[in-house]
Structures are given as C-alpha cells and as structure tokens.
Design a protein around this ligand. Sequence first.
Ligand code: FPP
Length: 262
Amino acid sequence: MGLFILPMGIFEWIRTKAAGDQSKPALQRIPQHVAIIMDGNGRWAQHRGLPRSAGHRAGLDRVRDAVEFCAANGVKYLTLFAFSTENWRRPTEEVEYLMKLFEEALKKEIAKLHENGIRIRFIGLREEVSPSLQQLMTESERLTKNNQTLVLNIAINYGGRSELVTAARRIAEKALQGELQPQQITEEQISKHLFTAGQPDPDLLIKPGGELRISNFLIWQMAYTEFYFSELMWPDFKNDELYKAFRDYSQRKRRFGKVKGE
Ligand code: FPP
C-alpha cells in the first residue's frame, strides 16, 4: 500500500479517496464558477450524417453530466451558453427545435435538479422567448430558489453586449431619477446591474468545438477568467474531458495583473 501512496502524496491520496474516485488524482484547486460554451453540436451531427438537431439532443446528455460533475466536485456556479442573441438567425426549423428541447428538458429534469440542491437561474432577455418557455423558466427559478449546492445559470437569448446595453440603460434611468451620481458609476455598480449580479466572475471558461473565441459570452465577467479550448465537439466532451480541463485550471498561475501568482 505504502508504495502506492508515496508517489501520489498522502494528502492527495486522502483527498482522492474522499472524492470517491481512486483512478484520478484529486484536483488541487476547484474553480468556484465554471462557464461553458457548448459548441460543436451541429458539426458532431453532420460528421455522422445526422441532422443538426441530433447534435443538440446529444449535447443535452453532456449538460446532465456537467451538472453532476460540477456539483460532485464542489463547483458553486455553472453557467451554460444555450442560445445566443445571434442564434435567432439560424434556420427557423433549428431555432424551433432548440426552443422545444429547452422546454422538454426543463419539464423532465426540474424535479431531479431540485432534489439534488441545484438552483436554476436564467440569464438573457427572456421577454423575447415564447410565453410557455418563459413560464417554465420562472417556475423553475421559483421552485429551486433556496437550493444551495450549485447555481446553474442557463443563458438563453443571451449576448454579452446586449447585457451591457441593458445595464447601461438601467443605470441611466437611476441617474435621471437622481438616485445615482456619475462618479458613483463604478465597476461594482456595473456588475450589480448585470444578469449575474451577486455572483462571482467565472474562474474557468471551457469551449469545445475547436474555435478560439468567446462568442459574446460574459464579456464583462470574463476579464480575468482562465480559458480552456478543446478540439472535441460538445457531445463528445464527457466527464473525463471536464476533469482534464479542471486539472489544467488547477495548474494555472492566476495573477490578476499582479506580480505574484495565486
Ligand atoms: C452550439 O453548437 C450549441 C447550441 C446553439 C445549443 C446548445 C444547447 C444544448 C446543448 C441544449 C441544452 C439544453 C439546456 C436546457 C441547457 P452549434 O450548433 O453552434 O454547433 P456547430 O458549431 O457545430 O454548428
């Protein structure tokens, strides 16, 4: 036994045991907030001669895995990019399929998410989605509002620039009402007017799909986020890959503009 403990280090071994998975070394540092751009569903399906919708459905399986993985590893916030303000420009058939999939997934999963202590929140301009989806969104948020294991932010009709425009309008309203002086408009004030108000900024962004960009996602919040890109398509991004992303993150030196790393 000693021979196995020594190379790994006794503390690491204990942590791994506690996490219940002896096949992988425990992670040194867990991101508090993880953001994921679930890219590559369409190409995953096309590579297999399937319609793009099959890729989105397969992507939903990875959503379940990612929520479970994050909750089990002590992540406190998980933010998933499900539909962007730009995605309305896709063929109507695909947009309709995605909206149906969101409704179906919410109806089917909400009870289990609630049982597991997941708090659901939606970020984005919800007024522009169908009334039935809006209703499900509000009900899921209400049902899970006291849950504490993990906050799951689902971005639907979300765009980082549009979020900043919304925040600027709200702040301008307050200034017009005399509630706020221009010099009181600080970085903290802007953060407080975003959909993610009160939440820590993402520590780690994961983007599968082989492309190196942030696609208008959380552009204010990701000023100091660590990025992890992967060539794999989202439906292939199973928990082993999430583990690799977390391991990579745990070895990064975060300096936040200072000289000494965290
Ligand atoms: C991007 O891949 C993916 C989307 C626009 C949709 C993602 C949605 C899901 C996985 C369902 C999630 C459901 C809930 C309730 C959270 P893409 O279509 O842009 O792929 P491509 O780059 O290969 O075209």
